[in-house]
Design a protein around this ligand. Structure first.
Ligand code: ZN
Length: 118
């Protein structure tokens, strides 16, 4: 799995951020998520490694991405739930359809935050 193009196919094009009662905002995942970087040029983002794991409840893909603009590395963590449960305290019908959750990690695996759904 070192092929650059194969890795890119593993990355969803968009994620959806929940805006509470105002629905969902669609954002592109073709951007650098590191603080202080505004790179939105997919050609400057190079996925170079993937780690996959799985347990009874979910499968996890961690895609390591190098940004050629800030020279930083971040990890897109894609968590796909096998049992789809309605999130607590949500009346949002769209969110109940979500199967996957996107997290952003820094290169050391530190969680930079829950980004949204894919
Ligand atoms: Zn960057």
């Amino acid at each position: 799995m070192n092929d650059y193009n194969d890795l890119r196919l593993e990355i969803p094009s968009y994620a959806y951020i929940s805006l509470a009662r105002r629905g969902m905002e669609k954002i592109s995942l073709d951007q650098c998520f590191l603080p202080n970087c505004d790179n939105e040029d997919v050609n400057l983002l190079e996925p170079f490694k993937i780690e996959e794991s799985e347990d009874e409840e979910k499968s996890i893909k961690k895609i390591h991405i190098k940004c050629k603009k800030c020279n930083g590395t971040y990890i897109l963590k894609l968590e796909t739930l096998k049992k789809v449960a309605k999130p607590k305290n949500s009346n949002d019908e769209e969110s109940t359809l979500s199967l996957g959750i996107v997290y952003i990690l820094d290169e050391n695996g530190k969680n930079l935050g829950h980004l949204g759904y894919f």
